[in-house]
Design a protein around this ligand. Structure first.
Ligand SMILES: [Zn+2]
Length: 510
């Protein structure tokens, strides 16, 4: 190609390029000036072997939190939390967790039926005990405030073992069973029971329940140290009819367990605030979230590992999204939007969305001033020409997401693999439940297939295998989406009839 032709072609291009002015304007955006080396460095650090899989409450998790907090400081984000028990402002929101050790040994004996710990039941909580006591059946073991039902009516369980059913009469989903189980334990302790035997009846194979719950567990702490000294509480395989028959047929049982050791640990949500520029709109804010925790090392990961590679680096899940968060923090702090932006790197996602659950019940700023939560999380990607968005059609910000993604050369794909129920499987759901429109911005995929599973929660999810050109574009699109939403005239809304619409009416009062 000769020089003359090139010059001519160049002039023509300028004249016919309808995006020329948009591009010029775009180049003034701090999003456009983010360098690939910056996003790459963030990711290589957060997903490094030295951070040991960032498991909630462990050293690598704390180092990741520290890194994020110091990036916020460098960018000039305002701290909105305070050091616990003081007025000193901090980027850290302390999140107290209870860590429960692996299931121990023991047996429950009801007449001729001997049920073994680990095979037939799991101790969910409690110290080592050796009980022989009367057993009393107490329905679901619940007594709710509205007295819709009261399973303890007329029962004296003091000094006895309480036998109950899992869940509630209406619900037997695993999450409801877990949530109600804690409440049931509290109630039984209050009533002076010595132990609880709960017949686990969710429609999940017992070996799956056992595999999942018999290992180390992390939950939100229910109180102080004293609360850890719980009475023994067992989940017995309720699918075995002979167990429930035996337990309901006797007056007294033996309940012997080596106990599960519980300790209190802390982790942190890392929060920074960027005030908006518009005198009115700045009172509202967009909440950006991404979880920075992952699953840890070796056995903690729950998937195969080798002596050569035992670290679950979580480059895609979710160092990727955390870098998007840091990129948005950088772009918006350099040139703030009309509305304010609250940026929160969340802990405890991998152990049950616990960092976001804690935040939603202990918000640092009023939730009803939050117009949208833009979460970023993902299992991985297999299409670097798009971003995938959970809730694209539901949360009223499709136009902004599409405009911003297109600007950085990416298409948008709505709600891949609906059968996986992905909208409700990340931290956005903790905010959606409060009524806040809350899509999740995910690295590109159209289907949750083998390409994704290859790295999802595997030791192979390493930084070396990440496409850093794509990471940059993804992060820029996320940051620019945030800006467009924060600059909107009106707040986005759930589409009519959405399952979270009622919660929104309650939150925003309209
Ligand atoms: Zn994960």
């Amino acid at each position: 190609m000769n020089a003359k032709f090139t010059m001519l072609a160049f002039i023509c291009l300028i004249q016919i390029n309808p995006f020329a002015s948009a591009q010029k304007k775009g180049n003034e955006l701090p999003e456009s000036q983010i360098r690939k080396s910056e996003t790459e460095a963030h990711l290589r650090f957060l997903a490094s072997d030295e951070l040991l899989g960032r498991r909630t409450g462990e050293q690598g998790n704390f180092v990741a939190a520290r890194y994020i907090a110091e990036q916020f400081r460098k960018l000039g984000l305002k701290p909105v939390a305070s050091d616990s028990g003081t007025n000193v402002s901090s980027y850290y929101q302390n999140v107290p967790f209870q860590k429960t050790g692996a299931n121990g040994t023991g047996q429950i004996v009801a007449d001729a039926e001997i049920m073994k710990s680990g095979d037939d039941w799991i101790l969910m909580n409690g110290e080592a005990s050796d009980l022989k006591a009367p057993i009393v059946y107490a329905g679901y073991g619940l007594e709710n405030a509205s007295k819709k039902w009261d399973d303890y009516k007329g029962l004296d369980v003091k000094g006895k073992i309480v036998l109950i059913q899992s869940g509630t009469p209406d619900v037997q989903t695993p999450s409801e069973i877990i949530a109600s189980s804690i409440e049931k334990r509290k109630l039984a302790v209050e009533k002076g029971a010595l132990g609880i035997i709960e017949l686990f009846n969710a429609p999940i194979p017992w070996n799956v329940v056992n595999k999942y719950f018999a290992g180390e567990q992390i939950s939100l702490a229910q109180g102080d140290d004293a609360a850890l000294k719980s009475i023994p509480h067992a989940w017995v395989n309720g699918k075995e009819a002979r167990f429930s028959r035996a337990l309901r047929g006797v007056k007294e049982v033996e309940f012997k367990t080596s106990g599960r050791k519980s300790t209190l640990i802390n982790s942190y949500n890392v929060a920074g605030f960027i005030p908006g520029t518009d005198p009115e709109l700045k009172k509202e804010y967009v909440l950006l979230t991404a979880h920075y925790d992952h699953v840890g090392v070796g056995k903690q990961g729950g998937q195969p590992f080798t002596p050569q590679d035992s670290i679950f680096n979580g480059a895609r899940d979710n160092a990727f999204g955390t870098v998007a968060l840091l990129t948005a923090a950088e772009a918006l702090s350099k040139k703030p939007a009309k509305r304010s932006v609250l940026v929160i790197a969340l802990t405890g996602e991998e152990v049950g969305l616990l960092g976001s659950k804690y935040y939603a019940s202990h918000p640092l700023m009023p939730l009803n001033k939050c117009i949208l939560n833009l979460n970023s999380d993902g299992a991985g990607y297999n299409d670097t020409t798009i971003v995938a968005v959970m809730g694209l059609e539901r949360t009223g910000v499709k136009a902004e997401i599409e405009t911003a993604s297109k600007f950085f050369g990416l298409g948008v794909f709505a709600d891949p693999s609906p059968e996986q129920g992905l909208f409700d499987r990340s931290d956005n759901v903790s905010f959606a439940k409060e009524g806040i429109p809350a899509p999740t911005f995910t690295p590109g995929f159209r289907e949750f297939n083998g390409d994704i599973m290859k790295n999802y929660h595997q030791v192979s999810d390493n930084p070396e295998t990440v496409d850093f050109n794509y990471l940059l574009k993804f992060c820029q699109a996320y940051a620019y989406t945030t800006r467009l939403i924060a600059d909107r005239k009106t707040a986005p809304q759930w589409i009519a009839g959405d399952k979270y619409e009622a919660a929104a009416k309650k939150l925003y009062g309209k």
